[in-house]
Design a binder for this molecule. Structure first.
Ligand code: PMP
Length: 774
């Protein structure tokens, strides 16, 4: 880097007007009314031709590299192609079709560029309203986008004083500044050179305009009408463009946080900013503000006439004072504009502080896991991070099915949210495609899809449809089941309040628990004997006048302690329901999407064909989705008299999330993984059972596993307190597991299905240690 770049006090060419006019007419066919315009390095004119067109005629400085002009005209041509609506000048070609002309005067050859003259006047010192600043940001981002793929050798090779990459060279010249400004200038420039500059290399880079300041932005009747002066294009980080513009719009005594916020917000609305870009924004701005007086004073010293910039230098130092004083606020405003949470200057609230606030606002009794609740701040695959930085292995949460913060799903949500999000009253490809993808995995009879927002709602709607189809009002559910929270579904969920459960229209099936129930493992004909327990209940429903509209079962039997029901049990129950004229609702909220390993859906694991399948929880990997899938005639009957509509159900973003989950499952073979990792995990748990007497039973399928704890393997006395304690101790070991079952003595192991054998090893080793310490 030569000091020359900073001393580049080129004087504009001084070719007589008559010479220029004669040349313009000869080579461009351009004649009309000529007026001189200002130029820092070049000789500029405005020409109004007879047809009413207006042009900027630029006679370029002969000392500048022709490649720089070539770059300008090519960039403008590219913008014309990629973003024709962007208000930038168009290049007028010579009569011979060249984009750059050549005027030779006194033996000196000058490049000529002729550009369309854009309407409006420079924004200059006019103070823009917030909405206009927002527009500035948008325009800048659109410009960056239009230039994204532009390649040219000149900007990278050029040593342009204003380029932030020249800061290390500028450091040597700080002594041209007033003495009282030198220490700060050195601190800012040194900090920039050592800390910010290396980071720029890792950011999105491209050729940028580099100099979109108020005098290069035109405004016409209150609306932005042009961006001009492509003479300072550099290759740099995209965010430099934003920083330069913000720096040049801030002013002493202005509402600078607002200015910065609006420009950033406008920018981010077109091009999302990255956190790493926001991290360098303020140093870029400060450096830009400082570079102005520094470069201008340097040029003055070198003999250039820069008097016009005297007040610029004067305003730079007080502005730097303001920016320094406001720094934390400016950082937060930029983050807010780009939709990032503020950086906390205050400490992150501790779990106990949050707990007090939560109790005050959400009530005392809303249930939370663990004696000491955890405050989570981040997820990544099967890992969760708490506010104190501790990482936990998640062996519990099934909602984050394909992994916490899965990037593919998050991107699908992000992309769709930035494109369109409406409802099923319009045609949408996503909702149809998602329905098609789901039904393709089900029995051919199940082809009618209704979208809602949660598992509870899905069950609620399925139950309504079943009543409408059958004309009956009674139902069957499993004892201690859970199916949701709505008024209609709460009775199907005795586990909500088992002691006070009552529902005259429902009967509860005894859980087919071959470990603890009336018929034990190894006995004969378990499936039939358990299923026959439904007969008197069904007879009773019929006799009561309710009849059987539907039976609802969770194929994973999760709340029943993740029991492995005898093969054939569920098929026998479904037959009995059908025989009574009722329909079968397979609640796949827990058991669906490959959770059980053997099949995509839990009911397939049991070999039954339901009349309804209801989906929720993992469907959107955390994005709320509820789905009811049934036979077309049932849906048709339901909607014959009253249309069904759920505002959010089936919205584009939800469906994009749902489709992304299916994509990830397929691409990563997660159904197979649930089977293989689940089998490995179960086998390892069984090995633990051999060493720890408290483990009475290890069961489950795929990645829905239960470990039943007993104080005595003969009496099966439930080790309920121990179970709760173990879950807490496992948390201390850095592993999240749950507890389950009517007796509260089953450990629930139900991780995201991206769980691998090495994660299972971590859980088993931790459980081994905890059990040894009990
Ligand atoms: N059915 C089952 C089997 C469930 O486990 C749940 C939720 N735990 C629901 C329904 C209710 O789903 P949601 O919480 O989305 O309403």
């Amino acid at each position: 880097m030569q000091a020359q770049a900073f001393l580049d006090n080129l004087q504009p060419p001084q070719v007589p007007l008559e010479v220029v006019q004669a040349y313009a007419e000869a080579d461009y066919g351009l004649r009309g009314e000529w007026r001189r315009l200002d130029g820092e390095r070049d000789q500029n004119f405005r020409v109004r031709d007879a047809e009413g067109g207006a042009w900027v005629f630029r006679l370029c400085n002969p000392q500048e590299d022709i490649a720089v002009f070539d770059c300008q005209v090519k960039a403008l041509a590219q913008i014309g192609r990629t973003a024709p609506a962007l208000p930038v000048p168009r290049v007028r070609q010579t009569r011979d079709g060249a984009e750059i002309g050549t005027l030779v005067h006194n033996g000196q050859s000058h490049c000529v560029i002729v550009l369309s003259y854009l309407p409006g006047a420079p924004v200059g010192a006019t103070r823009l309203a917030p909405a206009q600043l927002f527009e500035v940001g948008q325009l800048l981002a659109r410009l960056g986008k239009a230039l994204r793929g532009f390649a040219h050798a000149a900007p990278a090779a050029r040593h342009l004083a204003w380029d932030h990459r020249q800061v290390p060279g500028l450091l040597a010249h700080v002594d041209v500044l007033p003495a009282d400004q030198q220490a700060r200038a050195r601190r800012i420039l040194r900090g920039f050179a050592s800390q910010t500059l290396p980071k720029l290399e890792a950011l999105r880079g491209q050729i940028i305009h580099g100099d979109v300041h108020p005098y290069n932005l035109l405004i016409d009747d209150g609306a932005l009408s042009g961006v001009i002066d492509f003479g300072d294009m550099v290759y740099g980080a995209l965010v430099q463009d934003l920083a330069n513009t913000i720096a040049d719009f801030l002013y002493v005594g202005g509402d600078n946080p607002r200015i910065l916020y609006e420009i950033t917000r406008g920018y981010a609305q077109v091009t999302a900013l990255e956190e790493e870009e926001l991290a360098v924004l303020l140093p870029l701005i400060q450096t830009r503000i400082l570079m102005a007086p520094l470069i201008l004073l340097l040029r003055e010293k070198g003999g250039a006439a820069t008097a016009a910039y005297a007040d610029l230098a004067q305003h730079a130092f007080p502005l730097l004072d303001e920016v320094e004083a406001l720094a934390p606020r400016l950082v937060d405003e930029a983050r807010r504009g780009a939709n990032f949470p503020p950086l906390r200057n205050a400490p992150v609230p501790t779990a106990s502080e949050l707990l007090a606030r939560r109790r005050a606002i959400m009530g005392e009794r809303l249930y939370m896991f663990y004696d000491r609740p955890v405050h989570l701040v981040k997820g990544d695959g099967v890992w969760l991070t708490a506010e104190d930085g501790r990482r936990y292995l998640d062996c519990y949460n099934n909602v984050a099915h394909v992994g916490h913060a899965n990037a593919y799903v998050a991107e699908a949500i992000h992309r769709q949210a930035r494109t369109l999000n409406t409802n099923t009253r319009y045609l949408s490809e996503q909702s149809i495609a998602y329905a098609e993808r789901l039904t393709a995995t089900l029995d051919p009879s199940l082809t009618a899809v209704v979208y809602v927002n949660s598992g509870s709602e899905a069950n609620d709607v399925a139950w309504r449809m079943a009543k409408a189809w059958t004309g009956k009002t009674g139902g069957l559910a499993m004892e201690y089941a859970y199916h949701g929270i709505t008024d209609a579904i709460d009775p199907f969920s005795p586990s909500n309040d088992v002691a006070h459960w009552q529902a005259p229209h429902l009967r509860l099936l005894p859980a087919p628990d071959d470990y603890r129930g009336p018929y034990r493992r190894g006995g004969n004909d378990l499936a039939r004997r358990y299923a026959d327990l439904a007969d008197p209940l069904i007879a009773n429903l019929q006799a009561s006048g309710h009849g059987v509209a539907a039976g609802m079962v969770d194929s994973a039997f999760m709340t029943n302690g993740i029991i492995e029901v005898p093969q054939g049990y569920l098929a026998a129950i479904v037959d009995k329901i059908h025989a009574a004229g009722g329909l079968f609702i397979a609640d796949e909220v827990q058991s669906g999407f490959g959770r059980m390993g053997s099949h995509m859906w839990g009911h397939q694991h049991h070999g039954v064909v339901p009349d309804f399948v209801t989906l929720g929880k993992p469907a959107g990997n955390g994005h709320p989705i509820g789905v009811v899938i049934t036979r077309p005639e049932i849906l048709d009957h339901f909607t014959r008299h009253a249309p069904f509509f759920s505002t959010f159900g089936g919205n584009n973003v939800s469906c994009a999330a749902g489709l992304a989950v299916l994509d990830v499952m397929q691409a990563e073979g997660l159904l197979e993984n649930a089977a293989t990792t689940g089998a490995y995990f179960k086998a390892e748990l069984k090995k633990l059972q051999a060493r720890h007497a408290i483990i009475g039973d290890v069961r489950g399928s795929g990645l829905a596993l239960g470990v039943e704890l007993v104080r005595d393997r003969t009496t099966l006395e439930p080790a309920d307190h121990e179970t709760k304690r173990i879950a807490n101790l496992m948390r201390d070991e850095g592993v999240f597991i749950g507890t389950e079952g009517v007796l509260g003595n089953v450990l629930k192991l139900r991780p995201p299905v991206v769980f691998r054998p090495e994660h299972a090893d971590i859980v088993v080793a931790a459980l081994d240690r905890v059990l040894a310490r009990l």
